[in-house]
Design a protein around this ligand. Sequence first.
Ligand code: PAF
Length: 287
Amino acid sequence: LSRNGAMVTVRPIAAVRHAVSRWRRGGHSVAFVPTMGAIHAGHLSLVARARRGSDRVVVSIFVNPLQFGPHEDFRRYPRPVTRDRALLADAGVDLLWTPDTETLYPADDRTRVRVMGLGDVLEGASRPGHFEGVTTVVAKLLAVVRPDVLWLGQKDAQQARVLEQMVKDLDLEVELRRGPTVREPDGLALSSRNGYLSRDERRQAVALSRGLTEARRRLMAGERSGAKIGAAIRRVWREYPLVREDYVAVVDADTLEPVIRVRKRVLVAVAARVGAARLIDNIEWEP
Ligand code: PAF
């Protein structure tokens, strides 16, 4: 147990349970923001929302090995522990939980949580097993923290949708809220992975948000063809040779199924490789 101002940092599950039960007995509501650390303004905006809506805020930092593929960036994922702690303490977090891998995944662990369909498309198709890792860890984190509200970022829209389904299907007593994507002044969505970009790559990474801005413009102007919206994004991307498409998708925001004609709320989701970074971004739009 350690303290940064009023923020307490703990590792064992029992310490989290103890703190949260005490708050609950005192009649306090609890919000939870799960993270993998490398805290940026996107995370901090979720913390700020969590604070406004609840009496106590719990944040977890855990770089979850289960959601990384064998050739992904688990080892080099940034872990600026001291900086993260200071930022979260300044943001008014009450409890920071930094579990060990052996605590969350002991050697005899046998259980996985999978949301079928929703977790197999888009990010799930490019990163097999990714969402099973996300849903398994978030189910475990929720079982320990038992918050009233779970805060997630719209930047990972599919993750939020998959977790919404998990919460519903498992009858978990938690309200899931999404905070809007926080962007750099040029539009690039904040991500812990932006740090992998070289100067030139960083300049071109703006293609993702520019493509989405163009998609929104087309939608507002009355375009309803999913294919044409996708083509408009790809046309923008042609100006950015360092940006290599993984996918450009116009899907139903609820089912995540491809949309031929836009009739209800859609998610326009994109993923691209820019140098060593794999970046994602999205917008949601409703006619
Ligand atoms: O979005 C993230 O940082 C992670 O996927 C999450 C939700 C903390 C689960 O590891």
